[in-house]
Each structure stands twice: as C-alpha cells, then as structure tokens.
Design a protein around this ligand. Structure first.
Ligand SMILES: [Zn+2]
Length: 600
C-alpha cells in the first residue's frame, strides 16, 4: 500500500480540464490565453487545498507549451504534456517556473534574490512564472522590495500570488493583480474525483464512505485525497462506511436518526442512553451538538424539493432524510434547532456540560412528543398570573387540561401551580352582574412559602415572587389596617395613570370612584364585559398596590358592571363612543376611513 501515500501527488491534475470544482476560473484563464490577454500578476485566493497552486502550475505550463497553436487550433488551450517545456515542467525541472513559499522565505533577502532572477529571460518557452505561495506572510520590508518589480515586470515575467487570507494583502498589491477567488470544492465534486481515484487504484469504496471523507475534507481536495490515502492503508483497500466512521472518528448518521425518532415517541430514557453511548465512545459533547444541529437542519431542508439540493450526502442517506423529514413539523425542527444552538453557545461556559446537553435533549423530547401544546409547557414561568384565570371564566377551562398532561410528564416547575386553577374551578360562579374576584392570596399557599425556610432572606423573596406572585403576602396575611375612601381614591388615581392607554376604561374609572364595601372589599364599577375583562387583567396589580399601601392584606376587590339606564345616563358621549368602539372596532375604522370628526 506504500504507493497510496502519494495519491494526492499522483492524481494531481495536469491539465485545466482535470482541475476539480473550479470551472469558472479555469475557463477564464483559458480564455485569457486564447485572446492573448495575460495580466502581469494574478492573485489566487481561497481556502487551502482547493487547487490554487495546481492551477498556477498548469497556467505556467500552458503558456510555455510549445505545441499550443492559437492560429490553427484556437480551442485547444491545454498543455500537451509532450513537448520539451511540458516535460521539464512535469519533471519539476523547468527553469521557467519559480516557486517561493512565503511562509518560510519571507525576508527582504529572499525577495531580492527573486527579483534578481527576474532579469534573466527564459531559455526555452516564452514566459518565466513566479509563484509566491502564502504571500500574506511576506514581511512589510519584503513587500516593499517586491512592489516595484510587481509594478513593472519585464514582459516575459508573470507573477502568480497565492493566499488563503486575502484580507491580509495590502491594497497596493491587490490593485496590481487580477484576483481569482477559488471556492471550496463541493462534496459531490470531491466524491466524483475520489471515485475516479478508487477505480483507478482498484480500491473498493462505497458511496457513503466517500461522502463522509468529502465532508470531513471541508471543500479541500488535497485533504480529501490524503484522508482517502490513510483510509486505504488502514482498511486494507476496503473503504466502507463503517470503517470510515470508526477510523475518522465520525458520528454515525444512525445515532442521530435514532435520537430524532425518540423525540417523537417521547422516550427520554432512550435518548439519554444513546447520548451516554456516544460520549463513552470518546466523542466530545460539542462535536455531538454540531452533528445534531446538522441533522436537524438536514431534516428541515429535506422537507422541500427545492432545498433538498442543499443536502450534501450520498443518495441513500438523502433518501432516508426525505422519508424521515415528513414526520417532523417545521415548527418543531425550528424550535429544536434553536435549543441546540443555545446549548452550543452556552456549552463552553457551562460547569456541567453533560447536564446541559441532557437538559437540551429532554427539552427536545418534551417538544417533540407534545408538539401541539409545547408552548405553555416550555414557558411555565411566563404563564399568565393566576388573577387572569380567576376572572375570565373562558380562560380557566383549557388550563387544567394542560396541567393534567404536565403531571404525567412530570415537569417539576409547573407542579406548584396545579392546586390553584383546580381549586378555582370548584368555586361556584357568582351572580351575573357581581362577580367576586377571589383575593389573589390563598391561605394554603402561605405555609408552603413559609416552609421553605425559617428565615427567608430578601433575595429569596425576590426569587419566590417570580414563581409565586403572592409572595408579597407571606407572613402578613393577618394584617388589616383601617383605611378611608380618600386613601383608596388617591391610590386608585395613581394607578389609573398606568392604564391611560385604555381610554374608555380610564374614563369610566375616573368618573366612577371605587367604593369601599364591608369587610375590606373595594368595589370597582365598569360598564360592560369588555371593560371588566380589561380591568381584570390589571386587578392583581391594583390589589397588590392597595394592600401594600394601605397595609391591609385582607383587602379584596370586586368588579361590578353598572347596568341598564344608569350606565347609559352616567356615560359621557366620549365614553359612549369609546365603549361602542370597544364592542365593534370597525366603528373606529369607519371614522378614520371617512376622516370623520367627533362632535359632542
Ligand atoms: Zn507542451
């Protein structure tokens, strides 16, 4: 297998047509030769191993080939590989080509030596070609020494500068060169070429294996060939998928397909076992995350015929993706990708990296197994506060359904909330016009909060408040100072400033002051259900404000709808208009569309 170590060299392209994946550039170069339009200097930029130096050598060989006959045969712009010049090129013995690796020869002296040689015209062929590789490594002084020659070289000299880092080339050099941007070579192109090499060398290789090699090479043909060489010697000339997976330490597609299947079946255990297996085989967690991200992305793009072309895998794996993709709703894939990205971002700074991945996977399982209602599941802390549920009956109904399901999936953070809406459901509905709003603080909550610790620190209180909106009540439930109508008016007025955007509600509450009823009850009056539900949403904050400011934690609030004639009479024309708009927003649209003015 000795001879395999050199396949990158052995199969180095010798003509423009055999350069892989850079058709645009080779065509442009050929046309330039054909039309006698050669630049003095070229800059070849692009990632490593994509054919920059190879193209430069073929270009140098072609413009020196003695058999190029532009007059009689203008369409054949390829080196003949037979003439004296071509042969000396192929044997690395040509005096017409000078290669300088600027990475190791970057001093002024190196450049001076080169510039000295420039003065001597070629003996055989027409041109002397200087290839300066990794040109961005030249020192500033070397650049300066080179500039003048680059600006006015003798007509028989051509410069080809090559670099992987175009941004490091100073503008004075850039402006003197014709620039060619070499692209990464596509996986398909690399696979085709590897297939050709394998067949020429009688090496058995399956399609999946070659695809893996091509992906690993990341667009570089030189890397692809050297990986291929290594695998040929490791696997005894049988380059098969399983061998490649093991030798390249690549995560098998199979793992990811298994995991994504478990997302749908909701099997957390299996997912964790698979992850464990992967980690035990020595794969890095981040490596896994990158693979999982790619897998989810592949599933997403496999849903559409138009994007399936973006999938750079073998046809059998492509088929598997297409079959699988339909099982996953795009919303799930997008959200899962998002979770994956977040995990990837946080990975480096995490102290428990494994737990971070496990948590992310569990979230994905939760997401995948209950796709329709994952939103409330996923954000328990941002669920609307309890007060909303207490007032608007319609909202109450769906909540217990979700909560029951949460019980079965055993999601810890949601458990504290279970008792409340259920209890709420059991309370009988009140009269039609008077609906008592249960005070947001419920006695059974308090012992739980108290039980957290004998002495609760302030910061703990703040934390507690996030999960338990009634935390401000803890330990104060029996405090009930007396208060006056004036006190209530003052606080209500302050509060109303915050809801000015609800014009009609604001006006209503301004003209109908809150009344104090017996038993520390504050009665609020509105005109209709719309206002009632709007006020309901603010009620928790209002009650909290009143309780704290009045130092009365037994205070409750009720919302009362003013009925019939009384309502109409007591409404100002503006209020009537606003109330009508609230009932039917089209009215405002009509007014605006017709550009009407209100007159009261
Ligand atoms: Zn030739």
């Amino acid at each position: 297998m000795e001879n395999f170590i050199v396949s990158a060299r052995k199969y180095r392209p010798a003509t423009f047509d055999t350069i892989v994946g850079q058709k645009t550039i080779t065509n442009t170069l050929k046309n330039a030769i054909k039309n006698h339009y050669l630049a003095q200097a070229y800059l070849f930029t692009g990632p490593r191993g994509v054919g920059k130096t190879t193209s430069a050598r073929i270009f140098a060989k072609t413009i020196n080939c003695l058999n190029i006959d532009l007059e009689n045969n203008p369409d054949v712009i390829e080196p003949c590989n037979e003439c004296e010049s071509c042969r000396s090129f192929n044997q690395n013995a040509s005096f017409n080509i000078m290669e300088l690796d600027a990475a190791s020869n970057n001093s002024v002296d190196d450049i001076r030596r080169l510039v000295d040689q420039v003065r001597i015209p070629p003996q055989v062929g027409k041109y002397k070609v200087y290839i300066i590789d990794e040109v961005h490594m030249l020192s500033q002084a070397a650049f300066n020494a080179f500039l003048k020659t680059l600006e006015e070289p003798p007509p028989y000299v051509k410069f080809i500068l090559a670099t992987t880092e175009k941004h490091k080339i100073i503008p004075t050099i850039l402006s003197r060169c014709q620039v060619f941007d070499f692209k990464r070579i596509s996986v398909d192109d690399i696979v085709k070429y590897l297939r050709f090499v394998a067949e020429s060398e009688h090496v058995k290789a399956d399609d999946e294996a070659l695809h893996l090699i091509a992906q690993k090479a990341d667009g570089g043909m030189r890397d692809a060939l050297s990986i291929f060489d290594q695998l040929v010697s490791f696997t005894n000339a049988k380059v098969m998928y399983q061998n490649v997976v093991e030798n390249l330490h690549v995560l098998d597609y199979d793992y990811f397909f298994q995991i994504s299947d478990q997302f749908l079946s909701g099997n957390i255990t299996s997912v964790l076992v698979i992850l464990n297996d992967i980690l035990e085989r020595g794969f890095d967690g981040q490596h896994f995350l990158i693979g999982l991200g790619e897998h989810l992305r592949n599933l997403l793009i496999s849903r559409d015929v138009k994007t399936i072309a973006l999938l750079e895998t073998s046809s059998s794996i492509k088929k598997r993706y297409m079959e699988n993709a339909t099982k996953f709703p795009p919303a799930f894939l997008l959200k899962a990708l998002d979770l994956n990205t977040q995990c990837d971002v946080n990975y480096k700074s995490s102290n428990n990296k494994r737990l971070l991945i496990e948590l992310t996977l569990m979230q994905m399982v939760a997401l995948g197994s209950g796709i329709s209602d994952f939103v409330p599941k996923e954000t328990p802390s941002t669920l609307p506060p309890v007060k909303k549920i207490a007032i608007v009956e319609e909202v109450v109904k769906p909540i217990p359904v979700v909560i029951e399901e949460k019980k079965t999936t055993e999601e810890a953070p949601t458990i504290p909330k279970v008792s409340e809406p259920e209890q709420k459901m059991q309370t009988p509905p009140e009269q039609k016009t008077m609906e008592e709003v249960e005070s947001p603080a419920r006695p059974q909550r308090i012992p739980r909060g108290m039980g957290l610790g004998v002495s609760i620190k302030e910061e703990e209180n703040a934390k507690e408040e996030e999960i338990n909106p009634d935390a401000y009540m803890i330990g104060k439930e029996n405090i009930a100072d007396e208060f006056s109508q004036e006190d209530v008016n003052k606080i209500c007025d302050e509060f109303l400033e915050n809801i000015k955007q609800h014009q009609s509600l604001y006006a209503t509450l301004k003209s109908n002051r809150a009344k104090i009823a017996e038993g520390f009850v504050v009665e609020l009056q509105v005109y209709n259900e719309v206002q009632k539900s709007a006020l309901g949403e603010k009620l928790f904050d209002l009650v909290k404000l009143l309780r704290i400011r009045l130092n009365n934690y037994k205070l409750k609030a009720i919302i009362n709808i003013i009925e019939g004639e009384k309502a109409k009479k007591s409404m100002s024309p503006v209020e009537k208009y606003n109330a009508m708009v609230e009932k039917n927003p089209n009215l405002k649209k009509l007014k605006d569309d017709l550009n009407l003015e209100l007159e009261f």
